[in-house]
Design a protein around this ligand. Structure first.
Ligand code: LER
Ligand code: MN
Length: 261
C-alpha cells in the first residue's frame, strides 16, 4: 500500500477535508519532504493547470498522482450527474469526463464523490457506465465513492455499491472506501472492506472524526488487516481536516501508516 495526501486548490472548499492548500509547487514539496508516495489533487477544473506542469512537479518531487477529485463541479457549479434536468446532467458529465481526461494523462483515476448528487440510481448507473468507458481509454479505472447519508441518497455502504456495480455490469468502475463515511454507515469497517473485496480501488484514510488516523477513535489495525486480506495495493490517501495544522496532520498520517504497515 502506498501513502497519499490531499492537495486542494479550490477556494470554495476551505472547510473541506483537504490537508495542503498552498500553491502546488510548495504543496508538492511539502508532501515529498514529509514522505508521501503520491498526492491526490482537488482542483477547480481541468484547465486549472497544464498537464505538463503537473508532470514536471511529479518528476521533480518523486511523487505520483493518486487520483483527481471532481467535487469542484458540485461546489463551484452545482453540477451532479444524477440531476433530473438533462442539460444540467450533461454539463455535469462533461465536467467529470474532462477531469477523467485530465487525470488519465497523468495515469491517475478520477473520483465521483459529491458530484453523484442525490438523484436516481438509474441515472447513476448510466453516468458510471460512460465514465468507466472513458477512463478505460486512458488505462485507468473510474472511482465511485459511497458517501454518508447526509451527503447522498444513492449509496452509503460499500457492499450495496458493490452489488450495484455487479447488477449493472459496470465495467472499469471501482469503489472508494472512505473510512470517515464508513465510520458513520458501516456495521464494521473491516467486514465491509472484506465484503466489497476486489471492488475497492482507493481508500480515503481518515479517523472517525475525519482527522489524521490516530487523532480519533477508529481502530485502524483490523482495517489494514482486511485491506491486506483483499490484497489491496492502492493508496491510503489522507482526505482529512488539516488539524491542528496541515503539517501535523500530514506527519501524523505518515507515522500512523508506518506503525500499521
Ligand atoms: C469526497 O471524497 C468526500 O469524501 C466527500 O465527503 C466530500 O464531500
Ligand atoms: Mn472521501
Amino acid at each position: 500500500m502506498r501513502t497519499a495526501i490531499t492537495l486542494s486548490q479550490v477556494p470554495e472548499a476551505l472547510a473541506g477535508p483537504f490537508v495542503l492548500r498552498t500553491p502546488l509547487p510548495e504543496a508538492f514539496a511539502t508532501a515529498a519532504v514529509i514522505g508521501f508516495d503520491a498526492v491526490e489533487l482537488f482542483l477547480p477544473g481541468p484547465d486549472f493547470i497544464a498537464v505538463d506542469e503537473v508532470k514536471s512537479l511529479t518528476a521533480t518531487h518523486g511523487l505520483s498522482i493518486a487520483a483527481v477529485g471532481t467535487g469542484a463541479g458540485m461546489l463551484r457549479h452545482g453540477l451532479s450527474i444524477t440531476d433530473a434536468d438533462e442539460d444540467m446532467r450533461d454539463a455535469a458529465l462533461d465536467f467529470v469526463l474532462s477531469m477523467i481526461d485530465f487525470g488519465g494523462q497523468l495515469a491517475a483515476p478520477a473520483i465521483l464523490g459529491s458530484m453523484q448528487g442525490r438523484g436516481s440510481r438509474d441515472l447513476l448507473a448510466a453516468g458510471l457506465r460512460l465514465c468507466g468507458e472513458r477512463a478505460a481509454s486512458h488505462g485507468v479505472p473510474f472511482i465511485y465513492e459511497p458517501l454518508n447519508r447526509y451527503e447522498t441518497n444513492l449509496f452509503n455502504r460499500l457492499g450495496d455499491a458493490a452489488k450495484f456495480i455487479e447488477l449493472h455490469d459496470l465495467k472499469n468502475v471501482v469503489l472508494l472506501a472512505d473510512l470517515f463515511h464508513m465510520n458513520i454507515e458501516e456495521r464494521d469497517l473491516a467486514e465491509a472492506i472484506r465484503e466489497a473485496g476486489r471492488h475497492i480501488g482507493h481508500v480515503h484514510f481518515a479517523d472517525s472524526n475525519r482527522q489524521a488516523m490516530g487523532f480519533g477513535h477508529t481502530d485502524a489495525k483490523p482495517v489494514i488487516a482486511a485491506l491486506r486480506e483483499i490484497q489491496y495495493s492502492g493508496c491510503l490517501s489522507a482526505e482529512i481536516f488539516p488539524l491542528p495544522d496541515p503539517e501535523t496532520a500530514a506527519r501524523q498520517t505518515i507515522s500512523s501508516i508506518r506503525s500499521l504497515l
